[in-house]
Write a protein that binds this ligand. Structure first.
Ligand code: PLP
Length: 407
């Protein structure tokens, strides 16, 4: 008899964004003439940088000629891309990362989701609440979640981000094995200072834990005192893995490219408490299950590291940051608590009692799609997330419509 992995049955019935899509399409069917403005799902709207488009065209032409055609590439990415990542994203910030510590992939979603495969089932996992749901669901699939009750899985340690702690969770006073951190945070948009990350690195060393640091929104940081990488913290390489993505940085949500950094010093432990190094383990996992990102896409990704490319991606994030600033200003002016939106494309608004109610209100009365905070965790109740990934004109129109409904 073919038996199911029963952990899958413990997943909440609907993935957040599918539920939103379902409600939005029901609304569209009933109101075919109403223009909907989407400030919900975190998908970008501006086109790819010109440097990437040019690189794509050239790479496609190479693939069409016998002399320059390429078949399977290296599983972990071509040298030309990994060199550029190391040069611009790390060495330029005085962080010493080597090419063989970079693992290029087709998305930070897969990487943050897949990485937990390397760990034993009986570890204690902590996630921020609210949280990007992928960390939670993939650990539930692997049997680490326990049962879902009152909006939470019984076996995780939830690190609460609330108005009281300025949406920055306290370091736990008990031992946790695997810690997911995401800064700039999705969904709150909150950033982490050097001191805060230093405290986490010290905690991970003292407790033999590992930090999975999701820096998918790093490109939005403008405050010079905020670290772009966890490796800006001394000693972090031994205890942290970092995830980066080209999705929000360079508009690659539809093209797909990301990378994961697994430093050679980074360790876990076996049941005899011997150190096991993670870099060869992730390499083994990737070379077994992943066959590399396509050549044209890697050329498109490498193109953003030229001087021109850096200027183009900077102007993309500048554009969205200006939207975010406007969104935040409007809510603050009206007396709401709103965080994020400065070094992040997300604004997290404390909007009342019930987040799905606010979602329905904004959809039905204003035709604006937000993300209900409770979809990211219990602490998200009463909040909504608005994303800046839309045109200036749409954001302005959305804010005008929302003002009429809410204030
Ligand atoms: N990590 C976080 C925190 C995200 O918000 C997202 C996408 O929204 C991702 C990872 C996924 O990135 P990618 O498009 O590279 O899969």
């Amino acid at each position: 008899m073919i038996k199911v992995n029963e952990n899958f049955l413990k997943l909440k019935s609907s993935y957040l964004f599918s539920e939103i899509a379902k409600r939005v399409s029901a609304f569209s069917e009933k109101n075919p003439d109403k223009k909907i403005i989407r400030l919900g799902i975190g998908d970008v709207t501006l086109p790819l940088p010109e440097v990437s488009i040019r690189a794509l065209h050239m790479a496609v032409d190479e693939m069409g000629k016998e002399e320059t055609f390429r078949g399977y590439g290296p599983e972990n990415g071509y040298e030309f891309l990994r060199e550029e990542i190391v040069r611009v994203d790390y060495r330029a910030r005085r962080i010493c990362i080597e090419e063989d510590e970079i693992f290029v992939s087709d998305g930070a979603k897969c990487d943050t989701g897949n990485f937990q495969e390397l760990f034993s089932k009986d570890i204690l996992v902590s996630v921020q609440d609210p949280v990007y749901p992928v960390y939670v669901d993939t650990n539930v699939m692997s049997g680490r979640g326990g049962d879902f009750k009152d909006g939470r899985y019984s076996e995780f340690l939830y690190l609460q981000s609330t108005k009281e702690n300025n949406y920055l969770p306290e370091i736990p006073n008990k031992k946790v094995d695997l810690i997911y951190l995401c800064f700039p945070n999705n969904p709150t948009g909150v950033v982490a200072s050097k001191e805060y990350l230093k405290a986490w690195v010290e905690y991970a060393k003292e407790n033999n834990s590992l930090i999975l640091f999701d820096a998918a929104y790093e490109a939005f940081i403008r405050n010079e005192n905020i670290p772009h990488s966890i490796y800006e913290i001394e000693g972090a390489k031994e205890v942290s893995v970092e995830f980066r993505s080209f999705s929000k940085t360079a508009g690659f949500t539809g093209l797909r490219a990301a990378y994961t950094v697994v430093p050679k010093e980074c360790r876990v432990f076996d049941s005899q408490k011997n150190k096991i190094m993670l870099n060869p383990l992730w390499n083994r996992r990737q070379s077994t299950k992943f066959n590399g990102l396509s050549y044209p896409v890697q050329r498109a990704a490498a193109a953003i590291y030229s001087e021109r490319g850096q200027a183009e991606i900077r102007s993309l994030s500048d554009y969205y940051l200006k939207n975010a600033k406007k969104i935040k200003e409007v809510f603050l002016e009206k007396g709401y608590t709103a965080v994020g939106g400065e070094d992040s494309p997300y604004v997290w608004i404390n909007g009342g009692e019930d987040s799905w109610e606010i979602f329905e209100l904004l959809l039905n009365k204003a035709g604006v799609v937000c993300t209900p905070g409770v979809g990211f965790g219990k602490c998200g109740e009463g909040h909504i997330r608005l994303s800046a990934f839309n045109s200036r004109q749409n954001v302005k129109e959305a804010l005008d419509r929302i003002s009429k409904v809410l204030f």
